[in-house]
Write a protein that binds this ligand. Structure first.
Ligand SMILES: Cc1ncc(COP(=O)(O)O)c(C=O)c1O
Ligand SMILES: [Zn+2]
Length: 388
């Protein structure tokens, strides 16, 4: 068995593995999966990786699925780490990289979380899954549920990008569009799940999406030849990817693969929805709900995140920070990155560039440092955001 138990991120309460869980039974905060890393290290070695398939299941021993036959895959993960020489030169940086998550199945990093969540749902005998989503998580759930032969019930704000709605319909999901935000969609899932027999796979209210997303951290280490970069800039909504990478770094240290050095983790949010930026600036650990959340970067329109304290802890422990950028800046950045590097970013991913400029202006990043921008999705899903 890979997994020893699940542990509450807030109060530490132990929960049994191989059972259905949502949040901590005691305090209602997210659960984290814990592994037998000594056992994992026996077969999962740096050397063994060279013989494994180029997808995220190459890190099999530190993923929660126990039986291979339960793995529901579309070839996700092991996305390119693209060296951005031209963009770097424009900014005065010699070691700038873009981790291009737009090349995942369903064109975003949400595929990583959903391959893990749907595989675990299959392993634990779940038949019906439900999710509130800003768009990309919905498309990913719909695809992986279809692949597993499970029902997907999806709740999105009415003004979610059209591509996300259509992809869910075309992959056989039950789609409900709601007036309101992702938090309203989450409340609707919460109200109906028991009566309908749905398992709630809301981000961090389900313990396995983060396990899929943490593989971005494993991949970065592998792609940088087991030296982590100096700075990671990450567009943050619910924060699952950032928290996941932070968890991966600790696991890799325990496996003996990396030392104690960590990248400075930088959260980027939209000016119209910046709960984490605000809480970080005010020295808080928990973020207030952000009022009247608004941004064209739909994945960043998350006014309240249940993992807020985990995001903020990682930012502080790493010596990182949190930066807000305007919609005008992140839309302009899409073309700047696209024209320089040939990557058509999601607006969320493009937001990393104006945040990097803020860091450069403040002299917080040095010309030789290794900097990674996370392009979390593909721009093709957001045609409405761009006018030519
Ligand atoms: C393209 C994109 N980037 C970033 C995010 C935010 O991700 P996270 O919830 O991991 O912070 C989302 C979430 O919907 C997204 O779709
Ligand atoms: Zn707890």
């Amino acid at each position: 068995m890979n997994v020893t138990h699940l542990e509450c991120a807030a109060c530490g309460l132990r929960h049994e593995a191989r059972r259905l869980h949502n949040l901590c039974a005691e305090c209602g905060k997210p659960l984290l999966v814990r592994y037998d890393l000594k056992r994992a290290a026996a077969s999962l070695t740096k050397e063994s990786l060279s013989r494994r398939a180029p997808d995220l299941w190459r890190y099999r021993e530190v993923l929660p699925v126990e039986r291979d036959t339960n793995i529901v895959t579309l070839g996700e993960g092991f996305t390119p780490l693209v060296r951005a020489l031209r963009l770097g030169a424009q900014l005065g940086l010699r070691n700038l990289y873009i981790k291009d998550e737009g090349q995942n199945p369903t064109q975003s990093f949400k595929a990583r979380g959903m391959t893990a969540a749907v595989s675990m749902a299959k392993e634990l005998g779940v038949k019906k899954l439900a999710v509130p989503s800003a768009g990309n998580a919905a498309g990913a759930l719909a695809a992986y549920a279809a692949r597993a032969g499970l029902e997907a019930h999806i709740f999105m704000p009415r003004d979610t990008p059209r591509a996300n709605v259509i992809e869910c319909e075309q992959t056989g999901a039950y789609v409900t569009l709601m007036d309101g935000l992702i938090t309203d969609c989450g409340a609707e899932v919460g109200r109906r799940k028991e009566g309908e027999g749905w398992f709630d796979v809301s981000t961090l209210k389900e313990p396995y999406r983060i396990e899929g997303k943490k593989t971005m951290g494993y991949e970065l280490a592998e792609q940088f030849d087991w030296e982590l970069p100096d700075v990671i800039i990450y567009p943050t909504g619910g924060g699952t990817g950032l928290i996941g990478m932070w968890k991966a770094f600790d696991e890799m240290e325990t496996l003996g693969w990396i030392g104690s050095k960590r990248p400075r983790m930088v959260t980027v949010q939209a000016a119209g929805c910046q709960p984490i930026v605000r809480a970080f600036a005010e020295g808080k650990r928990f973020a207030d709900e952000f009022p009247n959340a608004q941004t064209t970067a739909s994945g960043l329109r998350v006014p309240r995140a249940i993992g807020d304290f985990m995001i903020i802890d990682a930012l502080r422990a790493s010596g990182g920070t949190a930066i807000a950028v305007t919609d005008a800046e992140l839309i302009a950045a899409t073309k700047e990155i696209g024209a320089a590097e040939g990557i058509f970013c999601a607006p969320e991913g493009a937001a990393c560039l104006p945040a990097l400029k803020v860091l450069l202006e403040a002299n917080s990043v040095q010309p030789d440092e290794q900097v990674v921008l996370f392009n979390t999705g593909s721009g093709v899903k957001y045609i409405e955001s761009f006018s030519s």
